[in-house]
Ligand binder design. Structure first.
Ligand SMILES: Cc1ncc(COP(=O)(O)O)c(C=O)c1O
Length: 366
């Protein structure tokens, strides 16, 4: 037992140190969920469609429904067309959204920009959907001219379009209104628009002046990661999809006594509780305050990098500062993710001015 305890104590120390020096990934490590720890004693499992009762009763589906309603309202889903479920993460949410599109339009082609998260190409391979990678603009947003040319070249085929509400590396936002205008000009009636809102899905709705992105527009599905901005400590995703579309792809299954509308069968029943708790204790106002603070600190980091003439960039409404890749020892110390010649810092809730100063000092000393 001593050995087990020693192992756990040293693991805790290691995790404390690694958490304190993490700047490169979009995870809020500062959220507190201690009041929920007692619930780890239960085998909480949510099975099948969260809105259809199942014969398995040890579940947190009421909490899941309430959490989903919060996101449904946030994204202005029409009441009669509201549906969603909590997934294992952003990737499953993207998979679900694109799966719905593929079921609606089996001969559709999936378009996405070069800056899109790698999960989208994996999903296309899994679902055997032909793809077109559209060029990105210099700062990472999809190139609407190239999008239009690519769609025009295949106008006889339905369009499955992934738009990024925040690209992974550079934090660029694809504009739904401009993509809609492309579809309209090309006379495309058969389309499914999916939004990958992994991180910015929890910041954009709270930032005044940010580009509109909600279900008053013609999006069919949208995926957010719950462990990123909300910081649930365990991977979880939120996928919203129009009920009218989902009803065309689900199956009733006797064994679970529920509708088989979800990709995973048994789903984590603890994460809905974590999301619900975050919503209750932080709410719209709390999330808005956090989002504004992250953006202000991102501007501060960008300014400090400019002050030391380190090439760096920050897109509008973004908390992702990307900059010329520093030497390996700095990337390792701060767990910086690298892509080509860039590294980036995700200015999340736990990244304050002190940490920013320390990073800038490290770069100054080079
Ligand atoms: C834009 C984007 N989409 C999807 C994902 C995948 O999310 P997850 O890791 O929750 O599966 C990420 C993760 O960083 C992301 O940045």
């Amino acid at each position: 037992m001593d050995k087990v305890n020693q192992r756990l104590t040293s693991f805790k120390k290691d995790m404390d140190a690694k958490t304190a020096s993490m700047l490169g990934y979009p995870i809020n490590t500062s959220a507190n969920f201690r009041p929920l720890y007692d619930f780890l004693d239960y085998a909480l499992i949510n099975l099948g469609d969260p809105f259809v009762p199942s014969s398995w009763r040890i579940n947190s589906e009421k909490f899941e429904q309430e959490a989903l309603r919060f996101f449904g309202r946030l994204y202005r889903m029409p009441k009669e067309d509201f549906w969603g479920y909590l997934t294992s993460g952003g990737t499953e949410g993207n998979t679900y959204g694109i799966f719905v599109g593929r079921q609606l339009y089996p001969e559709g082609v999936l378009y996405f920009s070069a800056d899109t998260h790698y999960s989208i190409q994996k999903i296309a391979r899994l679902l055997r959907i032909p793809t077109v990678m559209v060029k990105s603009q210099a700062h990472g947003e999809i190139d609407y001219t190239d999008l239009e040319q690519q769609i025009a070249a295949r106008r006889h085929l339905p369009v499955l379009l992934n738009l990024n509400l925040g690209t992974t590396m550079r934090g660029a936002i694809d504009r739904i209104d401009l993509a809609e205008a492309v579809l309209k000009r090309q006379g495309i009636k058969r389309f499914h628009l999916h939004c990958d809102a992994a991180l910015f899905g929890m910041t954009l709705p709270f930032l005044s002046g940010a580009p509109q992105a909600d279900f008053r527009q013609s999006i069919g599905s949208l995926a957010i990661s719950g462990h990123k901005f909300i910081g649930t400590h365990m991977p979880v995703g939120i996928v919203l999809a129009r009920k009218s579309l989902v009803e065309r792809v689900g199956n009733a299954v006797d064994y679970i006594g529920s509708l088989d509308t979800t990709i995973a069968g048994c789903r984590n029943g603890h994460t809905p509780l974590f999301l619900w708790y975050a919503i209750q204790t932080r709410g719209r106002q709390g999330f808005a305050r956090e989002a504004r603070a992250c953006l202000a600190n991102a501007k501060y980091l960008h300014q400090r990098l400019q002050d030391i003439a380190w090439p760096s960039w920050l897109n509008p409404y973004s908390n992702i500062v990307y900059f010329q890749k520093p030497p390996k020892q700095i990337c390792e110390k701060w767990q910086l993710a690298i892509s080509d010649e860039f590294a980036h810092v995700l200015v999340m809730q736990q990244v304050g001015k002190e940490k920013i100063k320390e990073l800038v000092e490290d770069l100054t000393k080079l």
